[in-house]
Design a protein around this ligand. Structure first.
Ligand code: KIV
Ligand code: ZN
Length: 514
């Protein structure tokens, strides 16, 4: 029988740590529900000590999500461990994940400790965590640049102190597959009590090797892999969940290992994380990129028509990718709409359902055929939206060749309507100027893009913006049947995030995490 590799998903912790990916509590819960549906083994829900917002996010997930183990991250400090326990204690199964750097570079320059102090601190932290739960994981941060003798000494000591999972992080994405595989082999050969813990790996993608390194570690006996949906995470990101899972599935004959992930949910999970974080997936991204299953060359298409396996190593269906399927139309009523959403796995409350149906009807006025992608866009727009401090009430734009465009924007702010008229270099510029005047939030527009949700000139438009304020990055997304309104919504969505995080005192910076 093949080995089962545990999937430890850290989209909500390491993934959320990357600039601009901050999620509010309801967004985190939504992603956690999706991860549970995917059947990941462990969800690292956040870093509870980092802020009140993180704490509440982890606690909400621990209280609601059944199935996966819910883990919280803690530095090797009692106050962090206590907060993590408080956040995860109501989980069906909870895990405390504590970490401390073991490389000399970190010990000398960041921690300013001696190796002996690091060893003692790690052991004390694990003992403290064990007072709360039997499920404790320890990570020697920057393991791949640590001295091997010291690394083995720390691992042996923390296992003795009670950890059940030892995670080997390639914190700075420095290692390469053969070297990382050899490191795992060395740990298995030299740490006498290693059989009392699961070896986990956590690879960053600075050299584009996170997945390859993780797979090399699996070949050498690692039993858990830490990864994120779409590979989001610090800097160049973490190992991508979908790539690891599908590599193990497609090449089961080579790895003789498998995961419990329901691969047919992968595409949905990828879309959801992309929509919530605003991080678009590159078209040529393996498994979930828009072109991952597109065959352009005539020779390939000819081969595929004769026999799919000529150029297809996995089916699009195996990752839940279906052809754009017309699912509803102009004359579909509320009953059909409700049952389709249910079939797609969504359970909105009555108020959300009413709002979604109104939006659906608005869409059908302009668009004859409604695809699953359109419905997903409506769901994201209504259910997973950041609490709105600024609500778009109406928008009037006028543009003409050789005339400066002008926009009239009406927002509802704290219950009252407010209107501004502004000129700009283009329509979007005029709208954004009017919104800035109304919200009084100055932010630098770093990026702006629009795309259609499906094909055709009547398709719904999806706009993305990236704003920078006080060195922090915020993504916004908006959907509408008209791209100009979608652009206004995207801008407001990012401003609402700024307002939301400011209010909760939790604007995340890149220094938030470890
Ligand atoms: O990259 C890293 O070292 C981490 C640890 C906290 C596991 O994220
Ligand atoms: Zn990391």
């Amino acid at each position: 029988m093949s080995r089962i590799i545990k999937i430890f998903d850290t989209t909500l912790r390491d993934g959320e740590q990357c600039p601009g990916a901050s999620m509010n509590r309801s967004e985190k819960l939504t992603v956690a529900r999706m991860l549970a549906e995917l059947h990941v083994d462990i969800i690292e829900a956040g870093f509870p000590f980092a802020s009140q917002d993180d704490f509440e996010g982890v606690r909400a997930i621990a209280q609601e999500i059944k199935g996966p183990i819910i883990a919280g991250l803690a530095r090797a400090m009692e106050k962090d461990i206590n907060a993590t326990w408080e956040a995860i204690r109501y989980a069906e199964r909870g895990r405390i994940h504590t970490f401390l750097a073991t490389s000399d570079i970190h010990i000398q320059h960041k921690l300013r400790m001696t190796r002996e102090q690091v060893l003692q601190t790690a052991v004390s932290a694990v003992r403290h965590a064990r007072k709360y739960t039997d499920d404790v994981e320890f990570s020697p941060e920057d393991a791949t640049r640590s001295d091997h003798d010291f690394l083995c000494q720390v691992i042996e000591a923390v296992i003795e102190a009670g950890v059940t999972t030892v995670n080997i992080p390639d914190t700075v994405g420095y290692t390469v597959p053969a070297e990382f595989g050899a490191l795992i082999r060395m740990i298995r050969n030299r740490v006498p009590n290693i059989d009392r813990a699961v070896i986990s790996v956590h690879c960053h993608n600075d050299l584009g090797l996170a997945v390859a390194n993780s797979l090399a570690a699996i070949c050498e006996g690692a039993g858990q892999v830490e990864c994120t949906v779409n590979g989001i995470g610090e800097r160049a990101g973490n190992a991508s969940l979908e790539e690891i899972v599908m590599a193990l599935r497609v090449r089961k004959n080579f790895f003789d290992a498998e995961t419990g992930v329901d691969t047919e949910k992968i595409t949905r999970a990828s879309h959801l994380v992309s929509q919530i974080t605003g991080f678009a997936v590159q078209p040529n991204k393996a498994i979930v990129g828009a072109n991952a299953f597109a065959h352009e060359s005539g020779i390939h298409q000819d081969g595929l028509l004769k026999e799919k396996r000529t150029y297809e190593i996995m089916t699009p269906e195996s990752v839940g990718l279906t052809q754009h399927k017309m699912v509803l139309g102009k004359h579909s009523g509320e009953h059909a709409f409700r049952s389709k959403l249910k079939e797609m796995g969504h359970s909105p409350n009555e108020e959300q359902m009413g709002e979604m149906f109104r939006l659906f009807k608005k869409v059908t006025e302009q668009k004859k055929d409604i695809f699953e992608e359109d419905l997903e866009a409506i769901v994201t727009e209504v259910i997973y939206r950041t609490p709105e401090h600024y609500v778009l009430k109406s928008l009037l734009v006028a543009g003409e060749t050789h005339r400066e465009p002008v926009a009239t924007v009406k927002l509802e702010i704290e219950g009252g309507p407010q209107t501004e008229i502004e000129h700009g270099d283009g329509l979007i510029d005029a709208i954004y100027r009017a919104i800035t005047k109304l919200t009084k939030i100055e932010a630098r527009l770093l990026d702006y893009s629009v795309k259609s949700v499906t094909e055709g000139t009547d398709a719904m438009g999806e706009a993305f913006v990236q704003l920078e304020r006080e060195g922090k990055i915020f993504f916004g997304r908006g959907v509408d049947t008209d791209v100009v309104t979608a652009s206004a919504k995207a801008y407001l969505n990012a401003l609402n995030k700024i307002a939301y995080f400011k209010k909760r005192g939790a604007i995340h910076t890149t220094q938030k995490g470890p």
